[in-house]
Design a protein around this ligand. Structure first.
Ligand SMILES: Cc1ncc(COP(=O)(O)O)c(C=O)c1O
Length: 414
């Protein structure tokens, strides 16, 4: 009785709130943060058009049926327990066979099935980078990299990619960012947020620089099958001995982002053997990635991929519409994307204005939600923002007309 009373003792009103670790303040992810603002706009009765998140399923593209069936069958067949932390053998073998067929001979033992590319990023960086070490990331970047780097107490060093040259990396600028603490070079190709596909010459230069400075390359190849001219070769095809850790998933090219299922492939060079062991050790700690979906990896990589042909065609058409519409807006310039479903237009802003001012005003006045470029590391005054152009052309046209009308007024009233 006494104990029950104690259990119900009221919490003192004066108790201080529980402090949050300083790590969290270093972690920022603009793509989702901005949704809070969108919800406030929605609550005021404005219809929000979400152009901020790269989820093809949210725009009506459907997960191939044979993947759904494989995951469903796995559940019905009772594959609902924990699995090996590196993933089921058949999925690892399917990834290894897929990489080998694409020109990067790979053994299944060097493949891990991960909870999306996202977990692969965290596992690889955690295994490679100490506190105080530096990681080269592209500018603009995909913000999970900088968030994870900050979380593990390392430092991101941005290397420029150049809008004047179709968002190709500025190789000289990259060279100047390297210090004795640099450990890893992150290459996102095809790129989010710019939609760029790097030229073979640039890719070779990146490999050479990494080799000169003893850097491991983290190759984010999640959009590799969404090049408008067909699949983009794996970076490892240019140098099979390079220390490359390649990451990809079912999220984009296989239209199943909510399944949180991907793969991490450690290059064949023996120089990465210890890193492979380290990554496996870290993976042991999180038990395994989602079980039934691992059966869909095998289905995805060994089954029919014809959905990618129609998906790429739809994306190329929307990319063209996007570039044509945005380049017709005075003050705006948009490099034509060559892959994936993102574009990074830039607006010449009036002095004193930032990309965030523009994006928030656009959201509040039109309900169109994009992400400001500074969320990807860009200077706020550069006026860049990211558009996800997955919506149907019939929806995109009025959106671009509204962006044009809004932008004209925005620039006039400055
Ligand atoms: C470049 C890049 N890497 C990784 C991810 C995360 O992908 P996943 O769903 O496989 O974790 C994304 C998602 O948008 C991305 O754009």
């Amino acid at each position: 009785m006494h104990q029950r009373k104690m259990g119900r003792m009221p919490i003192s009103r004066t108790a201080k709130s529980i402090p949050v670790s300083s790590r969290v303040s270093r972690f920022s992810y603009a793509i989702r943060n901005i949704v809070v603002e969108a919800q406030a706009v929605e609550a005021r009765g404005t219809h929000v058009r979400y152009m901020n998140i790269g989820d093809p399923v949210a725009f009506g593209f459907q997960t191939p049926v044979h993947l759904v069936e494989a995951a469903e069958r796995a559940m019905r067949d009772g594959h609902n327990g924990y699995l090996a932390s590196a993933g089921i053998a058949s999925a690892r073998e399917a990834v290894a066979a897929d990489y080998s067929a694409r020109g990067v001979p790979t053994a299944a033992d060097r493949v891990l099935i991960t909870t999306g590319t996202s977990e692969g990023i965290e596992l690889a960086l955690s295994a490679l980078v100490d506190e105080g070490d530096e990681v080269l990331v592209p500018l603009p970047t995909y913000p999970l990299y900088t968030a994870v780097i900050a979380k593990i107490g390392a430092h991101a060093r941005y290397y420029r990619t150049d809008a004047q040259r179709d968002w190709q990396p500025d190789v000289e600028h990259l060279r100047h960012q390297i210090t004795p603490r640099t450990r890893v070079l992150v290459v996102i190709d095809p790129n989010n947020p710019t939609g760029a596909v790097y030229t073979p010459a640039v890719r070779r230069a990146l490999l050479e620089i990494a080799d000169e400075h003893g850097l491991t390359i983290l190759a984010d190849e999640v959009y590799g099958d969404l090049g408008f001219d067909g699949s983009v070769p794996l970076l490892g095809t240019l140098d099979r001995d390079a220390p490359i850790i390649s990451l990809s998933s079912l999220s984009k090219a296989y239209l199943a982002p909510g399944w949180r299922t991907g793969w991490l492939v450690v290059g064949a060079t023996p120089r990465l053997d210890d890193v492979l062991v380290a990554i496996k050790k870290l993976a042991d700690g999180r038990l395994c990635s989602p079980g039934p979906m691992q059966y869909a990896v095998t289905a995805a990589l060994t089954g029919n991929r014809s959905h990618q042909i129609s998906f790429r065609k739809a994306l190329a058409e929307r990319a063209r519409l996007t570039t044509d519409s945005l380049n017709a807006i005075p003050g705006m310039r948009c490099v034509a994307p060559r892959a994936a479903f993102y574009a990074m237009p830039m607006l010449s802003l009036p002095p004193g204005r930032t990309d965030e001012d523009y994006v928030l005003a656009l959201l509040r006045e039109t309900g169109i939600l994009c992400v400001y470029g500074s969320g990807f590391g860009m200077p706020p005054e550069a006026g860049s923002f990211r558009i996800v152009y997955l919506a149907d052309p019939g929806e995109l046209r009025p959106i671009y007309a509204d962006i044009a009308a809004f932008t004209r007024h925005y620039l006039q009233r400055a």
